[in-house]
Design a binder for this molecule. Structure first.
Ligand code: AMP
Ligand code: MG
Length: 715
């Protein structure tokens, strides 16, 4: 078998090994062998009562995967190596894989899990001076040379822990063979099995980080406790911990970018071995959450979610908004996208900085860099070292104290440089640079991570990505993001008088459909997928057929027309008869009736037919509600207070929105007519003036609230 040279693994296998001396219960339980197998399409979990059984299943599965051309990464939760020097002392070679062979030659491990690990450990101890390094045994097994207490050991000359274990709080020593949490026995009973896999698969198998070849099957050491907190968070209710561990670690590794995972397998110590992902716990946790987010199917909306309590006649706008907010939740699934293509999308998981920004301290200006320590008051004259430091062209040597170096913006500070003076403040002849002291320590430099530090949250779930966010994520090395699918918004017009397209002729009693193009482009401007459901005549069957289609293809449907409770209000009549209509009479002008219903589980927002009312209702109600459905959370419009340029006396009882724009003095002027059929006013306006529910008397100069179209996502 030759190197595949490939990057990325198709199948990820995570094994929670067990050192039990008898078979585990028939019923899946903890402290047994658990294996998770993650392929592109699914993750499956498998329970094994004994090591031989698990070994055979793994071997067969690896064969199948390799035959199918899939590249496999298999992680096992026991130490692949021992503290430095052990391999040499035991086998005469520093090669950790020689230890595998040596153990395989000694360990006997029967199909019923009966094994000789304590005898083998005692025999290994005998090859070392003093007592140890292995220790721990049942009180009943008195073996010469294998103490039952760690403190009884002395003089064996081995370090207690591997370097990687020293970095993991709570990690156990490989020498400890008995009582819970002791990984030592797992290694003694696991490494011989891995040795057999090596013999069986030959050059198709490699062990990281000991070997660097790209092979169809790669083995790595894993430690699920690196993810302990996240596993507790994401485990299914009642899920056996071992199962949750293998499942979620497999999911996390699968969610990492392929090249990243490949790189992680190569990290670490080539003699002692290494725990995959050590030092990158935040990144693994983020990947696990990301994986979880993409398997989460949003719950359906409740049929009665829009129900209004009996006896409510007029609902104030704020209460209607509160009710909507309480009734709805995100309904969109998730997908992974390259960051560069994710503008407008909503993050479905927190993104974590892969690297600090800036990654290293660097210069904020063009100038001269030096060690601050060697400077003082008055004129400073520092000889220049040869060469320079520029962005992308680091100066590799150290700058001695008392010397300076030419440095350009963005250049990493060379060793010995902590302070930079601006070139405008310097004189130089090419050999010496002169400037006035004192200079502030670290002047004109940027600290590593002063913007964002590696592993810290960059942007939270629910954030909608805009151009600057793509800059941030790219700067932090985030190549892919898990985002919500765009909300699919269906738009349907109704009315016998409506002609679908202005390209078609219209008789005097007919009007061209103004709402559909408006609402479709509104949805697009909100970064949703707009789906044209066409136009239906005022006919229950026709409307029902279009709603059926909408329920299939959309996450939410906007209709316009026929939303009131009159004879010709066919949309509300149909939604009442066949859907779950709640007619909300909202104390709002223009607008009033808002028909809310579920049609086959899909929410329908029935807007009034008047284009002015349809737009206002869409901006005030649909916009925040859709944002919630899309995973981006509720959205309150950002308005600001400006003086009025108009006069108006308003009665109490309902909120009013006026078509408005700012005049040259920044005062709000309103459209000459409040007629709700005056579409030209919508076009004339650049926003809405919001007048409160109570009575107001506005005269020129009165402060009023202005909501610019742009703050309502209208463009
Ligand atoms: P309705 O809500 O169906 O009673 O309609 C109220 C007013 O809006 C009527 O004058 C309709 O003709 C008008 N209208 C309804 N739908 C549209 C539409 N899609 N485009 C333009 N005007 C409409
Ligand atoms: Mg109508």
């Amino acid at each position: 078998m030759t190197d595949t040279g490939a990057s990325g693994f198709d199948t990820i296998v995570i094994v929670d090994w067990s050192a039990r001396a008898a078979l585990s219960p028939v019923r899946p339980s903890a402290d047994a062998i658990w294996i998770a197998i993650a392929r592109a399409e699914a993750i499956t979990c498998h329970y094994h009562r004994g090591r031989e059984d698990a070994y055979q299943a793994l071997k067969r599965m690896f064969e199948t995967e390799i035959a199918a051309g899939r590249r496999v990464l298999a992680g096992f939760d026991f130490a692949f190596g021992y503290p430095r020097g052990f391999a040499e002392a035991l086998t005469g070679s520093a090669d950790p894989l020689a230890v595998w062979a040596a153990l395989a030659a000694r360990i006997e491990d029967a199909p019923d899990n009966a094994n000789n690990r304590f005898e083998v450990a005692a025999a290994l101890n005998a090859r070392f001076p003093g007592v140890g390094p292995f220790w721990g045994r049942p009180a009943t097994r008195d073996l010469p040379g294998l103490p039952d207490k760690g403190t009884a050991r002395h003089g064996h000359g081995m370090a207690e822990r591997r370097e990687c274990e020293a970095r993991v709080p709570g990690a156990q020593s490989v020498w400890k063979l008995y009582t819970t949490g002791s990984v030592g026995s797992q290694s003694l009973l696991g490494l011989p099995r891995l040795h057999r896999l090596r013999q069986h698969f030959g050059p198709a198998l490699s062990v990281r980080p000991f070997e660097d070849r790209a092979t169809p099957l790669t083995l790595v050491e894993i430690f699920p406790s690196l993810l302990a907190k996240t596993i507790r968070l994401l485990a299914e209710p009642g899920e056996i911990k071992d199962r949750a561990q293998v499942r979620l670690l497999a999911a996390a590794l699968r969610a990492l970018p392929p090249a990243r995972l490949e790189a992680l397998t190569r990290e670490g110590d080539r003699e002692e071995g290494w725990i995959l992902g050590l030092g990158h716990e935040e990144e693994l946790a983020a990947a696990a959450k990301l994986a979880q987010a993409s398997t989460l199917t949003p719950p359906r909306l409740r049929d009665d979610c829009f129900a209004m309590p009996q006896g409510v006649s007029w609902v104030p706008v704020d209460e209607a908004l509160e009710r909507l907010r309480a009734a709805l939740h995100p309904v969109t699934g998730t997908e992974v996208l390259p960051t560069a293509q994710a503008r407008g999308r909503v993050l479905a998981a927190d993104t974590i900085a892969r690297r600090s920004n800036p990654p290293r301290p660097n210069s904020a200006v063009d100038g001269y860099g030096f060690a601050h320590e060697a400077t003082g008051e008055g004129v400073q004259r520092l000889p220049l070292v040869e060469g320079r430091a520029a962005a992308g062209q680091p100066f590799e040597a150290a700058v001695p104290a008392g010397y300076a170096i030419r440095i350009l913006t963005g250049a990493i500070l060379p060793e010995g440089v902590d302070t930079v003076v601006l070139e405008e403040d310097c004189a130089t002849d090419g050999a010496v640079v002169a400037f006035d002291g004192p200079v502030k320590p670290r002047a004109n430099t940027r600290k590593a991570g002063e913007d964002v530090t590696e592993g810290s949250p960059a942007l939270p779930a629910g954030h909608r990505l805009r151009a600057p966010d793509l800059a941030l994520l790219s700067a932090l090395g985030v190549a892919e993001v898990t985002v919500h699918r765009p909300l699919r918004v269906g738009v349907l017009s109704t009315g016998d008088e409506i002609i679908g397209s202005p390209a078609d002729p219209a008789k005097p009693h007919q009007i061209w459909d103004a709402n559909r193009p408006m609402l479709l482009s509104l949805a697009e401007g909100w970064d949703y997928e707009a789906i044209d459901l066409g136009h239906a005549r005022d006919d229950a069957e026709e409307i029902a057929a279009r709603l059926d289609r909408g329920a299939q293809a959309c996450d939410v449907i906007l209709t316009s027309g026929g939303a009131s409770a009159g004879d010709e209000d066919h949309v509300s009549a149909l939604l009442r008869a066949k859907g779950t209509l709640s007619s909300w009479r909202i104390a709002l002008k223009p607008g009033r009736p808002l028909a809310l219903a579920l049609w086959q589980g899909t929410p329908v927002f029935g807007l009034p037919g008047n284009p002015v009312a349809a737009l206002v209702c869409a901006l005030i109600f649909a916009r925040p509600a859709f944002s919630l459905l899309a995973g981006a959370g509720w959205l309150a419009p950002q308005g600001f207070t400006v003086p009025a340029a108009f006069s108006k006396r308003k009665k109490p009882g309902r909120r009013e929105y006026l078509r408005a724009r700012l005049d040259a003095e920044g005062r709000a002027e309103v459209f000459a007519s409040e007629g709700s059929g005056r579409i030209s006013g919508l076009s004339w306006a650049e926003g809405l003036v919001e007048l409160p529910d109570g009575a107001v008397e506005v005269s020129p100069g009165t402060p009023v609230r202005f909501l610019p179209y742009s703050a309502l996502g209208l463009r």
